[in-house]
Design a protein around this ligand. Structure first.
Ligand SMILES: Cc1cc2nc3c(=O)[nH]c(=O)nc-3n(C[C@H](O)[C@H](O)[C@H](O)COP(=O)(O)OP(=O)(O)OC[C@H]3O[C@@H](n4cnc5c(N)ncnc54)[C@H](O)[C@@H]3O)c2cc1C
Length: 444
């Protein structure tokens, strides 16, 4: 298809501004280049030329995986990206032949599912995507620019006010996207414009991540080990191959059961959940960085799709819409799915865009939020209402996880659902359900 500017010579140039140049902002920009002549992505941070950490994305020092579905979608959006990341030293771990998963205390049976994640350090991933987005004609990425508010004319958002090097300026735009993360400003903007603000759903998890990079003393047989929490021990960890022979160790503790940062305490914390061979490999590895903490108090979902009035010219995207419990590793995959949804919405024009996009995004977020709520509330340590459906579903999933320790069909169904390749309901399709019921009786 010719660039948007060539399709119609009779109209003025159209400009979109994306606030936030982290993963969601970059993916939103990728969607917008199809329909806008110019796309400006603005971030408060000075952005590294290629790969590096920055203040606005502190979670980048912790384990990040692109789920099975996300790997597929990103490779569609950026052809050749996965090969490029692997060539740069990243990994793809086939679930479950190269990835070891221990869920609710059960190690899933090793089998080839044919589905892989993408494992790189987060700055490498973001750097590769930023370079690809920046290469699109019409895209400009402005770093060191604080977005401080919307420009509003006649009830419509027509741009953003920015501050750069202490100097204020205005970027006019036909569309403004808030991709400024979970503390995104759109709610405050709406209030200041006299629009209703969205209700917020919240699951308190009181979680802390503690991560460091290490170099194993000897080759490790898997590419990824993930151990989830169990009732009575709301902790877990990830041990993941990264670029350059480095491995990411991430310890996670929920409900106030937090990992310490002193060497002995950190290893003792890992020992509570790690299989002995993994603990020994981590203990023998050479530490390459200090242990860094990241606090995550609660999952947050803002219900923009329920608002009856919303200003034209504005969208909200990524973590600003929904910030998921990171132990499920879904944020970037959901942002990629939202980018696909945005492209589809834009194909039908701009009329009523926000309502159509928020509805489409809710369709993506809903099943993922429900899946996570089930996982969180399976832990008695997490406070929250457990309706009968949640309790029944959790009993079924607990049984499925138990059967998945020896049944490859059941383990594959579980992995495909948590990898967002298949909907959560696929874990209850007849071929799986029968095996869970029969297998569960045999083992109980
Ligand atoms: C500990 C942890 C681990 C995670 N692990 C995974 C994982 O394994 N897999 C996964 O898919 N997801 C994971 N996530 C989630 C993932 O990091 C996010 O979903 C992803 O970064 C997309 O978020 P975002 O771009 O919407 O917001 P953010 O990543 O928070 O980025 C917001 C951006 O907005 C910029 N910004 C903020 N304010 C302003 C302003 N006023 N003006 C201009 N710019 C501004 C910031 O500098 C930043 O660049 C994890 C999250 C955490 C906290």
């Amino acid at each position: 298809m010719p660039p948007a500017a060539e399709r119609c010579h009779c109209r003025r140039m159209r400009h979109a501004v994306v606030s936030g140049a982290s993963m969601s902002g970059l993916l939103a920009a990728r969607a917008l280049v199809e329909d806008y002549d110019r796309v400006t992505v603005v971030d408060r941070d000075p952005l590294p030329a290629d790969v590096g950490h920055r203040r606005g994305v502190p979670q980048a020092r912790h384990f990040h995986t692109i789920l099975l579905r996300g790997a597929q979608v990103l490779d569609e959006m950026f052809p050749g990206l996965v090969d490029e990341l692997v060539a740069a030293g990243g990994h793809q771990a086939d679930f479950l032949s190269e990835a070891r998963l221990v869920v609710a205390g059960h190690e899933l049976v090793r089998t080839v599912t044919g589905a892989s994640d993408i494992q790189t350090t987060r700055p490498v991933l973001e750097g590769a995507i930023r370079a690809r987005v920046a290469n699109h004609p019409g895209v400009e990425i402005l770093s060191g620019c604080d977005v401080v508010g919307p420009v509003v004319e006649g009830g419509r958002v027509t741009g953003v006010r920015i501050v750069r090097d202490g100097v204020g300026d205005v970027l006019d735009a036909d569309l403004v996207v808030d991709a400024m993360g979970r503390s995104g400003r759109a709610r405050a903007w709406l209030a200041s414009m006299g629009f209703p603000t969205p209700a917020e759903d919240r699951i308190d998890v009181d979680m802390v991540y503690a991560s460091r990079l290490v170099r194993p003393a000897a080759p490790f047989p898997d590419k990824l080990v993930l151990v989830g929490p169990v009732p009575g021990r709301p902790t877990g960890f990830a041990f993941a191959a990264q670029e350059g022979g480095r491995w990411m160790v991430t310890a996670v503790g929920m409900a106030g059961d937090h990992p310490p940062t002193d060497e002995a305490g950190y290893l003792a914390f890992l020992k509570r959940s790690a299989p002995p061979d993994v603990h020994d490999a981590i203990a023998a590895a050479e530490p390459l960085t200090e242990i860094r903490l990241h606090r995550f108090p609660a999952s947050l979902r803002r219900r923009y799709e329920r608002l009856r009035r919303f200003p034209p010219g504005l969208l909200v995207f990524g973590d600003a819409l929904c910030s998921f419990n990171p132990i499920y590793g879904q944020g970037m995959t959901v942002a990629a799915l939202e980018a696909q949804a945005l492209r589809r919405c834009l194909r039908d024009g701009e009329r009523d865009l926000a309502r159509r996009f928020f509805r489409a995004a809710a369709g993506i977020v809903d099943p993922v939020w429900q899946l996570n709520a089930g996982g969180d509330l399976a832990l008695p340590e997490i406070i929250g209402h457990r309706p009968l459906t949640t309790r029944l579903l959790n009993r079924y999933v607990a049984r499925l996880q138990r059967v998945g320790a020896h049944d490859p069909v059941v383990a594959t169904a579980f992995v495909r659902a948590i990898g967002l390749l298949d909907p959560p309901s696929s874990m209850m399709r007849p071929g799986v359900l029968a095996r869970v019921v029969v297998g569960g009786m045999r083992r109980s």
